[in-house]
Each structure stands twice: as C-alpha cells, then as structure tokens.
Design a protein. Structure first.
Length: 355
C-alpha cells in the first residue's frame, strides 16, 4: 500500500503540438500542488541496469553512504568554530557528486539547524545543516541545500537515475531545533526542486520504476517521525518509521565478517515478509580505530559478502523480498559494483517470480 496516499486528487491534462502533457496534481493533504511535465522519454535502464524498468522500487537494492555529507565538503567544525577531527567525525571522502557518479543512490543525512543570527563563520549557511554526532560533541558540515543542489543537478543530467534519501535524526534533540527544522525543511526542498526537472514521488510502492523514470518523479524521500506528517515539513515524503534495519553502533558487530549470521538475523525479524517495508542493512562497524581505517573493512574488503546476504534474504523470505538499502562508510567502486551485480541478478529473479 501507499505510504502516504492522497485522499483526493484533481488531475487535468492538456495536449500541445509537440506532444508534451502538462499534468497538474492537487493533493489535498496540506501538500503544495506540484506540476509535472511528462515528455516522450522512454525507460530503457534504471541506474544503468537493463531490464529494471519493469521492476518495482523495492525490487532493487540502492547502494548508500552513511552520513553522506560528513567529509564530503572537507573539514567539519564544532559549534565553537574549532576544526573537528576527520578520524572521528568524517564517514566519507568523496563529494556528493562524486558519490552519485560512482553509483551511490541512497543518501543518509542527519541534520542540525543554524539560525540566521548565528551564521557568523564563512563556511556555515543558515538553515538545515548536515551534522555528524560523536560521543561528546557534534561536528557541522555544510548546508542540506548544498547537498540537494548537487543531487538534483546530477539527476536532471542522468534521466535513468532513481535516488532515495533519508533524514533520520536531528541534533541537538530539542523542541526548538525540531520546530526550526519542521518550518524550514519544505522551503529548502522547494527552493531546490521547484516545479522543473526531477521531482519527489508518492507512488513508489504502487508504480513500476518505468513510471518513476518516465514521469520524472524519481526521488524517494524519507523523513524521521518527528518531521513527517506535519504541514510545514510535507514534501512528498514517506515516513522512516516502520523500517527493518540491522543494528547500528554495535562495537565490532559481525555484519561484514559473518554474512551468514547477519542473514539469519534479518530473516528472523518479526514481519520481514512485508516487502513494501524497506530493509536497510548497515554495512559498517564501530571500533576504536579511525573511521577511515575501520570503514574499508566492510565497504571494500568484505564487499562480496553482500551478495551472500542478498541471496539468503531472498531465499529466506517466502514473499521474495530483497535488501533495499545498504549504508557504508568511505564508499568505493568495488562496493557499488557488488550492489549493481545484485541488481542485475534481481532482474532475472523477479522476471520468474513477479510480485
């Protein structure tokens, strides 16, 4: 079922000489009306995968980067203005654009908020800002808007790209910061996506990937429980609430060392056969080492073990659900290549086992 289906919609169409169709969809849920221009583009590939157009969104796996913007813009800073150590707070070493170019299709953002009166440092922008939270302090990266601009620019230039992102946490977790974010998230997305080019979508659980690509509604956005369902923050978003997710922040967790055990843990999750509920695998471990040292253990060295997890989840769930999202530190070409191999196999798998 649709995560957030419109209760009522008015749809009008108008033909023009060049066969373009203007579709005005007014969703009466407190969400602003969105104009979508459908052109003659026909889906042939999705994220470079031939045959994926006939699949559903949740029949593919999206390679993701944990805390995607932390390290993507170089140095991060504490609130005091002191530079934060990359060893503790950076989880990536590639820009958002570089991550997209290598094949990252799931972005993970934790956010804070900088009030215009506090925009004193030259590398801070007012509004929602990307953050990395340590055990004793929070490091600030750059604005959420800056990351969104890179994502939209890439997606407009690469029509077969289907991308997802989540905003899961905010820091500090105070009512004041939450209310600032509720008030500013939708205007931030509006200012970047507007009415032109790629748009977020409601219909990713109901329509095949071909619909998403051809209608140019190719962004799947998840918001945290504290943001979703509030008038000020609605932007064609789903809720990141009832999600299957492997553990985070467990010291030395064996997810990238023992894929068989991880697979067993997943298939025994209560309700795992609900295939329209996303499954996110955290393909990273915590340790006493720098993230730049421990990260490649999962991301690169053990990348091939992801194929074991993906296959065992398919085999172990009687409704043929797969792994939907993977999150990794210091993403690499090898890691993305393994996920793409999983996706190519999924095309053949679901051709014989349609939902």
């Amino acid at each position: 079922p649709c995560v957030r289906c419109p209760q009522k919609a008015v749809v009008s169409t108008q033909s023009t000489g060049n066969s373009e169709m203007m579709i005005s969809l007014l969703v009466l849920l407190g969400v602003a009306a969105t104009t979508v221009i459908a052109d003659d583009y026909k889906c042939t590939t999705v994220n470079g995968i031939e045959g994926a157009c006939d699949l559903m969104f949740y029949q593919q796996t999206y390679a993701g980067s944990r805390l995607s913007g932390c390290g993507a813009y170089g140095s991060m800073y504490f609130w005091s203005g002191i530079s934060a150590t990359a060893c503790t707070y950076a989880t990536q070493d590639k820009t958002i654009t570089q991550q997209l170019e290598m094949g990252i299709r799931f972005f993970d953002f934790d956010v804070g908020y900088i009030h215009p009166s506090e925009e004193s440092l030259p590398y801070w922008e007012a509004g929602p800002v990307l953050v990395s939270v340590g055990s004793t302090a929070t490091a600030y990266s750059r604005s959420l808007k800056k990351a969104l601009q890179e994502i939209k620019t890439f997606m407009d230039a690469n029509r077969d790209s289907v991308v997802s992102m989540r905003i899961k946490r905010y820091y500090p977790q105070t009512t004041e910061i939450r209310d600032h974010l509720i008030r500013t998230l939708k205007p931030t997305f509006d200012s970047v996506f507007g009415d032109d080019g790629v748009q977020p979508t409601f219909y990713f659980t109901l329509k095949p990937l071909s619909y998403m690509v051809e209608s140019n509604e190719r962004m799947v956005l998840y918001l945290a429980r504290d943001f979703w369902g509030r008038l000020e923050s609605d932007f064609r978003a789903a809720s990141w609430t009832n999600v299957f997710e492997t553990p985070e922040n467990v010291y030395g967790y064996s997810n990238c060392h023992n894929p068989n055990q991880l697979s067993e843990d997943i298939v025994h999750m209560d309700g795992i056969n609900k295939r329209n509920v996303p499954l996110c695998v955290n393909w990273w471990i915590t340790s006493s080492q720098c993230v730049s040292s421990s990260g490649p253990v999962c991301t690169d060295t053990a990348a091939n073990d992801l194929k074991i997890v993906a296959q065992k989840v398919l085999d172990g769930t009687h409704l043929d659900r797969g792994v939907n999202f993977v999150l990794a530190d210091y993403v690499s070409d090898k890691y993305v290549g393994v996920v793409q191999e999983i996706n190519r196999k999924a095309v053949a798998y679901y051709k014989n086992r349609p939902w």
